[in-house]
Design a protein around this ligand. Sequence first.
Ligand SMILES: Cc1ncc(COP(=O)(O)O)c(C=O)c1O
Length: 429
Amino acid sequence: MKIDTDDFVSKSLDWRTRALKSVAYGTSSTPRGNQKPAPLVAARASGAHVWDISGQRFIDYALGFGPLILGHSPEGVIQAVIAELGRGLRTATIHRGEAQLGELIAQTLPSAELSAFVSSGSEAVQLALRIARATTGRTRIIRFRGNYHGWFDSVHSGGRPGNDGPDTLGQDPAATASSVLLDWGDLDMLRATLTRDFAAVLLEPVAVNGGCFMPPDGFLEGLRAITREMGVMLIFDEVISGYRLSLGGAQARLSVTPDLSVIGKAMGAGFPISAVAGSAAAMEPVASGRLLHRGTFNGNPVSVAAAVACITYLRDNAAWLYPRMEAQASELAGFIDTEARAQGLAMSVRQAGSALQLFPSVAGVTQLSDAGRMNRPATDAFAADLMAAGVQIIGRGLMYLSSEHTDTDIAETKAAFAHAIAAAVRRDL
Ligand SMILES: Cc1ncc(COP(=O)(O)O)c(C=O)c1O
């Protein structure tokens, strides 16, 4: 679908000029202000589509940075939330939804017997680390380069290739002093490093943030065996892969069960909710009340109602929904690959279930260590060309499918890719 880019850009920039006067960076999360050719200012959204303030429609593969597995404003979730809104927004008490949600997670996520709720993935990672330290009485953790675990100081380092230091300004370097960073997928390095004085190994079991890489054969199994042998807790950060890679996340799909799982994004269908889930033994410090689990908005009834509706829908429709999203992702990946070859553009496309990562102008990206070769100017320009053709992806080349993308959306998306590939060949970045 052709977009009137001048109209979209001028209206976006007008709004941005206004927002910049009262909102730092003009928005609430830095990447949202970096979209090219201009940050999209959403007016409304429905299903797989978002309309901006110029009234133009974009097919959405950014999906709120991942949570919108059921698309924008799914009917069942909206109905559940409306019903909940009529019952009061927040009481300083227990409410019934918490146990309903806990039961659903225990039914669907292999590692889950008990859950503890917070509002964001970053908070859930913080809670999981605290549980691991409380359980083991140790402080050190192992993390992996190129994985992302949220923006809190203790885990916000090593995200950029070639830099093990803090990922942004203003961080306390002491906060990462108890972490050791290793190369994701390298079991030998882990074997050589892990001792009994570590509390946990924390990782994305499928490296979606690094560029949609499935784990090398035997990596997760090896991790599971060594951590068990050493009495170190294995924590899977499934904030993206939970309820996305399969109903039971990466752990169900890859048949490796961690001690603790961190889930978020897709579980809430767009509402802010995350959880740490584990066996009763792994969750003991929280379950016994010994470890203080605090947070005014933890398990808020509206987000909990959304998550109950979302997970129930995913559970009841898993048989068609996951294969369909994944088939659409494969179809797009295949098309992009073929079209780029036909037009003579170097291009790598990685797929992890219903997530895709594009590396425009870069050939041969096959493992996480190759992701450092990402050509950022070419990726930005490619995303901008897709936007001009009516398709929104995440600026760094990441895309998600939802249950709401139709065959027509996929056909229009292919046409947009053909256009963006032609533009990239002309630009030659
Ligand atoms: C794997 C992973 N863990 C944790 C987080 C942090 O979640 P949140 O942004 O909800 O704080 C993210 C966010 O993208 C993530 O991708």
